[in-house]
Design a protein around this ligand. Structure first.
Ligand code: GDP
Length: 345
């Protein structure tokens, strides 16, 4: 027996989204890989509202046993280096191999200014549409503070949702690389050729964080220059302390546009996982990252309490005036402020 068109049973009614999810709704939705619930959970985790933070902690507590199984990869590079293009190409390749891939962004600008380097453009369109991928835009601007907490917790939500590869992207403009390095297993730095500035000190800092350097845009007329840069980087890397014990960081060339060299990235990462798991460095780093995370949260809380205390706000500004007029030394000021804080916390 067939049912005719237009009968009740043939019509599609999308399931109604609950406005207020319970802790169980969040947990079950994430564990079932429900993208809408994953997105809602991340929004919850990113919120600074006390009630949201409390619910988020309950959700995370239940999700924790399901985390830790992915490989976490950091990608960094200056604006225009080709991060989006390369992550899209790399991510699509992994999706085709049946891996589930999540891409998160740590945007150093979003908490400081209204603008966002990573979030403003439509990014990784093809990858976002792939059923095995989840691309999360950077936290919205104005979410002051706690960028690290939010990114780490977002990463855990994605892991609990069953993503095998978590890519954390950031712009190479300072502190954010160190933040991302502190939450990933493997850190990949994208470089460009040109301007003869390969050896400048500014790049040395980020090179010391890298487990691999990929010189992107190694195609067309730029290919030879990229190959030359690779030799130069490898020469320099020889003199630097490796970022990961027992692993030799090397430079390679890649083209996000032609795809040449993209499969190689995965080969290197697999080899890295293999080598560092055998030596125990992989697990050791993860444990250390958890401990470092606790300390960074303690520091944040202390700062928030100290600077957020109304009496302190007033006393700090009074002290500043005394210092600039030469009536108090900075050391005295700090000691004095802490004695006031101890009495008023
Ligand atoms: P991001 O700011 O680091 O995310 O860089 P994008 O991925 O937006 O890339 C910046 C520009 O470089 C875009 O116009 C890309 O099309 C281009 N681009 C990225 N990768 C390659 C590549 O491998 N070869 C070439 N020729 N262009 C590329």
């Amino acid at each position: 027996m067939t049912e005719g068109k237009g009968t009740q049973s043939n019509q599609y009614f999308p399931p109604k989204r609950k406005k207020h999810l319970t802790v169980d709704d969040y947990v079950q939705g994430v564990l079932n890989g429900d993208r809408a619930v994953i997105a809602q959970t991340i929004t919850l985790v990113e919120s600074n509202l006390t009630t949201h933070m409390e619910t988020a902690q309950k959700v995370l507590k239940q999700l924790m046993p399901y985390t830790g199984k992915s490989i976490r990869i950091g990608f960094t590079g200056v604006p225009g280096a080709g991060k989006s293009t390369l992550i899209e190409s790399f991510g699509l390749m992994l999706c085709e191999q049946d891996y589930r891939v999540a891409v998160l962004a740590v945007d150093p600008t979003s908490s400081v200014s209204k603008g966002s380097i990573l979030g403003d453009k439509t990014r990784m369109e093809q990858l976002s549409r792939h059923q095995h991928a989840y691309v999360r835009p950077s936290p919205s601007s104005g979410t002051l503070g706690g960028v690290t907490r939010k990114s780490r917790e977002t990463l855990l939500v994605c892991e609990a949702a069953g993503y095998d590869v978590i890519i954390v992207e950031t712009v190479g403009v300072g502190q954010s690389e160190i933040t991302v390095r502190s939450m990933v297993d493997f850190f990949l730095v994208i470089m460009l050729t040109g301007a003869g500035d390969e050896l400048q000190g500014i790049k040395k800092g980020v090179m010391e964080l890298a487990d691999a350097i990929y010189i992107n845009k190694a195609d067309g007329v730029n290919k030879q220059a990229a190959l030359n840069a690779k030799v130069e980087y490898n020469r320099l890397l020889h003199f630097l302390q490796p970022a990961t014990e027992g692993w030799e960081t090397k430079a390679y060339t890649v083209s996000a546009v032609t795809g040449e060299g993209v499969p190689h990235i995965w080969e290197v990462i697999k080899q890295y996982k293999d080598v560092t798991s055998k030596t125990g460095v992989f697990g050791k780093r993860r444990k250390q990252q958890m401990i470092d995370w606790v300390h960074s949260m303690i520091e944040n809380q202390l700062k928030t309490r100290f600077y957020g205390n109304l009496i302190m706000k007033q006393r700090i500004s009074e002290m500043e005036k005394l210092i600039v007029s030469g009536q108090a030394s900075p050391t005295f000021a700090v000691q004095h402020l802490f004695s006031i804080y101890d009495q008023n916390r």
